[in-house]
Design a protein around this ligand. Structure first.
Ligand code: TRP
Length: 335
């Protein structure tokens, strides 16, 4: 099947979006991906139900995440922005994916092992949906015939599984699915936690001191950057292995300015000045985004409208493929 570029990615509304989400994903979606073909960006709210959650918070974060996607520059006239739970095709296809995948495959997923370990310590136990999560994620991707899936390195294994499931399905039942591939950003696009520069700045992290949230006040942003953990070496040099904290600051500044981290390092005699410049650069980077978000959230019916139209478009795109998959496995076409 010859296909033009079709891009699908999703973002889980499990926390406030961070600078890491912006530099590692949203910015590229807005500046490049949405213009490169038919592109869909989905608030994957069903995935947020796979670990303990609070309903009111989920509702709030889902709406905020959608608003931030628009504030970051995704343009509903150019791409499709919608909520996963608004389009039944995701769960319809997820069931078929569960019938193609094996339980061993699911249990091998690194994210499942890590999250299950944590969830096992809670009173509520491990939700079955945490295990079947990759089947739903494969459905997200395959329902749209996505050719490319821009994700972080941590999601590459799930996209690989989606490829396996697509190939297995096509082999068993006929050529229904396009086989997608992950497009992982260059390593420098990975923003690390400012307090713990060897782990990713993730939105579900327990402590927020090392995380810059997209909607943080400028003073808070500057404070967090200035308090970043570095090291006691003199001067500034770029070495990810030996000086992860300094390297993280240089990479953040690099993402803001477009200059190479190693080149930037040469311009600093001390860490204080690097922190000050990085703080200012991040504040300025986020300023227009915050302003657009304030405008967008002043009119909640705007986001509602975008999501409604996005869902209608997504449904129309996914429906024929999911119907074809239902028929291919031998289910009766409804009369
Ligand atoms: N699992 C992804 C994450 O945790 C989110 C996601 C869900 C996704 N479905 C997707 C990403 C489909 C890309 C394509 O970040």
């Amino acid at each position: 099947m010859a296909h033009r570029t079709r891009i699908f990615s999703g973002i889980k509304p499990t926390g406030h979006l961070t600078l890491g989400n912006y530099l590692g994903a949203l910015r590229r979606w807005a500046e490049e991906d949405q213009h490169r073909g038919e592109a869909l960006f989905c608030v994957v709210d069903l995935h947020a139900l796979t670990v303990e959650h609070d309903p009111a918070r989920l509702r709030r974060l889902s709406r905020q995440t959608a608003g931030l996607l628009l504030a970051a520059g995704l343009d509903p006239a150019v791409c499709t922005v919608y909520a996963q739970s608004h389009v039944d095709e995701h769960t319809r296809l997820s069931y078929l994916m569960e019938c193609v995948a094996t339980d061993g495959e699911m249990r091998r997923m690194i994210q499942y092992k890590e999250k299950a370990l944590r969830a096992r310590e809670t009173a509520q136990g491990v939700r079955l949906s945490l295990l079947t999560y990759p089947a739903l994620m494969a459905a997200d991707i395959l329902a749209f015939g996505a050719t490319e899936v821009p994700v972080g390195e941590d999601q590459a294994q799930h996209v690989e599984l989606a490829r396996d499931l697509a190939e297995r399905f096509n082999h068993r039942y006929g050529p229904v699915f396009t086989v997608p591939r992950a497009t992982v950003p260059p390593v420098a696009a990975r923003v690390m936690d400012l307090q713990d520069p060897t782990s990713k700045m993730g939105k579900s992290h327990a402590s927020t001191a090392g995380m810059v949230h997209l909607l943080d006040e400028p003073e808070a942003v500057a404070r967090k950057v200035r308090r970043a953990v570095t090291d006691s070496e003199p001067g500034v040099s770029y070495d990810r292995e030996l000086r992860p904290g300094v390297a993280n600051l240089l990479e953040i500044l690099s993402s803001c300015t477009g200059k190479e981290p190693a080149v930037l390092a040469e311009g600093y005699a001390g860490i204080g000045a690097l922190k000050a410049d990085t703080a200012e650069a991040v504040v300025e980077l986020l300023r227009p985004l915050r302003a657009r978000h304030a405008e967008i959230s002043a009119d909640p019916s705007h986001v509602d409208g975008v999501l409604r139209e996005g869902a209608a478009r997504a449904r129309a795109l996914a429906r024929p493929t999911v119907d074809a998959a239902y028929e291919a496995v031998g289910l009766m076409a409804p009369a």
